[in-house]
Ligand binder design. Structure first.
Ligand code: F6R
Length: 247
């Protein structure tokens, strides 16, 4: 695991965008695993900026997102599908048919999870998976206690995740209680993983996840077992991690 220290959110975003753009430049048909939330917004802005300057071309790229709320479709402005369009897809030359998220409107969870896993397999797997880190150590919506061997599945969100996500909704009752998420196994099969962490509130969990015991209680700790992980964190998020541990 390589850990890169960035000055602040903007620097973290630029460093992470550099890694993603290197992937796309080396292989224009890359399969990019993407995330939503606050952490990647600066990465997407930076990629849009470079795309606008002609430095990066997404026309052959394929994307697969980590997760989607159960019950929300692409027309809902709270859906992750909407988020991805507004924060990234609409501003670059990626083909809409090459962007994939779980279908939150599919009620048959078994069918939808199988479809998503099959699709990722048919694409040849994920070349690089971008991840944010939840305050409780979740990755995707794999909450504490999630089985390491799980593929894409339907989860019931924990109260801590509902609390963390309610900032995006008008009322807490509006936060969906379930979501489709890639499982830990799906994430661990990505050829490369890029984790971004920002802010003081993530300092404790970053230390525990990347330097503590590997346990389902902290889902992100499993990343210590992957052989190609880069963590890019800002000063605040890495403040509890010793200098010697940094790349
Ligand atoms: C988002 C996702 C989540 C977030 C995590 C961190 O697609 O799967 O695991 O990455 O909750 O969220 P932020 O970046 O908002 O702190």
């Amino acid at each position: 695991m390589r850990i890169q220290r960035a000055r602040d959110f903007k620097d973290m975003s630029r460093k992470a965008a550099n890694i993603l753009s290197a992937q796309v430049i080396l292989d224009r048909r890359s399969v990019l695993g993407l995330a939503t939330g606050s952490s990647p917004t600066g990465v997407y802005r930076q990629l849009i900026d470079w795309h606008g300057k002609g430095d990066i071309d997404f026309s052959e790229c394929v994307t697969v997102n980590l997760d989607e709320y159960y019950g929300l479709g692409p027309d809902s402005d709270q859906s992750y599908s909407w988020f991805m369009r507004k924060n990234f897809f609409e501003s670059v030359n990626i083909k809409p048919e090459n962007t994939h998220l779980p279908n939150g409107l599919e009620k048959d969870a078994k069918k939808e999870c199988q479809r998503y896993e099959d699709m990722i397999r048919c694409l040849g797997g994920i070349d690089i998976q971008l991840l944010g880190l939840g305050l409780n150590g979740h990755i995707g919506f794999n909450e504490p206690g999630a089985a390491f061997e799980a593929d894409t599945h339907l989860v019931t969100l924990t109260q801590s995740t509902i609390d963390a996500n309610k900032r995006f909704f008008e009322k807490e009752e509006d936060v969906p209680r379930k979501a489709y998420t890639m499982g830990i196994r799906t994430i661990m099969h990505a050829k490369r993983i890029l984790v971004i962490v920002s802010g003081e509130s993530k300092a404790e969990i970053a230390k525990r996840a990347f330097f503590g015991p590997i346990t389902p209680e902290i889902p992100a700790s499993v990343l210590q077992l992957h052989n190609n992980v880069t963590v890019v964190g800002d000063e605040a998020a890495l403040s509890l991690i010793l200098e010697e541990a940094l790349a």
